[in-house]
Design a binder for this molecule. Structure first.
Ligand code: ADP
Ligand code: ADP
Length: 228
């Protein structure tokens, strides 16, 4: 459902960030992108929602070239979670989650039901957390709200770029479990960037191993671990 065909990205300063990238991410799959810093993971993610344009090749979503999508329509259909999740500090958890559904003109009750449902899936009791401000949340809870906010308006695709890397190991492990559970229920197409092999194998249906702008191997965690 997301397909890269012969994609290359050379930045204006001559940096070849992506060289001949071919990859298919299946519908409902969680694919982890792993590789050392600077190998092109973020560039790959940014090309999916057209924050960065490829220098060559094509990217398709559901068989349609990204260039043929209306950019707003495309971005509404793709949730993006970053390492530094920036919740709006003056808004409550509920108001933060409501931002995109409100832009899409969802009804208040529908937004509230969706927020509650997603909060329960990641173990945050709505009656306790809905009215809290971001400053009253732990790091892990804030990241959960960030993930929920990205999913609130039911996008088809979720991009996550090292969303847990600022967390301590215990919080991180809890969040990995919750994301895995969440994914089993919502079945979104997810691309998850990490440079942590344990995280990549814990989360990915498949792992895409990158180095220096190229794909080294794409396989299930079992195969990657058994056949190093
Ligand atoms: P990763 O996410 O794996 O750390 P990036 O996609 O951020 O890798 O970067 C890949 C390469 O492209 C790196 O060498 C990086 O310095 C370079 N790069 C990233 N963004 C830009 C940019 N806007 N202009 C020039 N070079 C860039
Ligand atoms: P990452 O988390 O992927 O390592 P970085 O911290 O390397 O990201 O990059 C942060 C931002 O700076 C990104 O938007 C990236 O595109 C940009 N960037 C990275 N490398 C360069 C570069 N060599 N020249 C210009 N911009 C860059």
């Amino acid at each position: 459902m997301i397909e890269f065909k012969g994609v290359q990205k050379t930045y204006p300063d001559g940096t070849e960030a992506i060289k001949n990238f071919n990859l298919k991410v299946q519908e409902g799959e969680m694919l982890t992108l792993i590789g050392p810093s600077g190998c092109g993971k973020t560039t790959t993610m940014k090309m999916i929602n057209r924050l960065v344009e490829p220098s060559a090749g094509e990217i398709y979503i559901d068989g349609k070239d990204l260039k043929d999508y209306n950019i707003h329509e495309l971005r509404w259909n793709i949730g993006y979670v970053l390492q530094q999740i920036a919740l709006f500090p003056h808004m409550t958890v509920e108001e933060n989650i409501a931002v995109v559904p409100e832009m899409k003109k969802w009804k208040k009750q529908q937004i509230r039901d969706r927020a509650k449902e997603l909060m329960q899936m990641v173990g945050m009791e709505p009656s306790i957390y809905m009215k809290k401000k971001p400053s009253e949340l732990s790091g892990g809870q804030a990241q959960r709200v960030g993930v929920i906010r990205a999913l609130a308006a039911d996008p088809q695709i979720l991009l996550m770029d090292e969303p847990f890397s600022a967390l301590d190991p215990i919080s991180r492990e809890g969040l990995q479990k919750d994301i895995r559970k969440l994914q089993q229920q919502i079945k979104k197409t997810i691309v998850f960037v990490t440079h942590d092999i344990d995280e990549a194998t814990a989360l990915g249906d498949r792992i895409c191993l990158m180095n220096a702008g190229e794909i080294i191997q794409v396989d299930t965690p079992q195969k990657l671990i058994l056949e190093p």
